[in-house]
Design a protein around this ligand. Structure first.
Ligand SMILES: [Zn+2]
Length: 119
């Protein structure tokens, strides 16, 4: 996996996967939409036809007056910051706070976490 691949987001002291969870965490979609959002487009179409979560986040950032290309200009408590594939998590296996999915490229077994990735 390329190191600049975005595998998730950190927001408000939690970690989220690169799926629709981060949009939900931002309060941009309600639980019903979130539950039925099997395809990313179901959600992102709401944001100027954005095709990906990243694009949808850019639209949301714009609305909130945040410059997503300059992460130093805002706090991760206000808007998500990206987690790249080469980010290190020495103490725990990074899982999404909403769906509990393990971020791409991380293996729970490396952390002695026998519960697997389906929880
Ligand atoms: Zn998730």
């Amino acid at each position: 996996m390329k190191t600049w691949t975005v595998v998730g987001y950190s927001f408000d002291a939690d970690i989220y996967c690169d799926g629709v969870c981060i949009i939900r965490a931002l309060g941009e979609i309600g639980p019903v939409v979130y539950e039925r959002a099997k395809l990313i487009t179901d959600v992102t179409m709401r944001f100027k036809g954005a095709a990906t979560v990243e694009e949808a986040l850019k639209v949301i950032a714009e609305r909130r007056g945040i410059d997503p290309d300059n992460e130093r200009s805002y706090d991760s408590g206000d808007f998500p910051k990206v987690i790249f594939a080469d980010e290190e998590f020495p103490d725990y296996c990074p899982r999404c706070a909403l769906c509990r999915g393990v971020l791409d490229g991380f293996d729970p077994e490396d952390y002695g976490d026998a519960s697997g990735s389906d929880e």
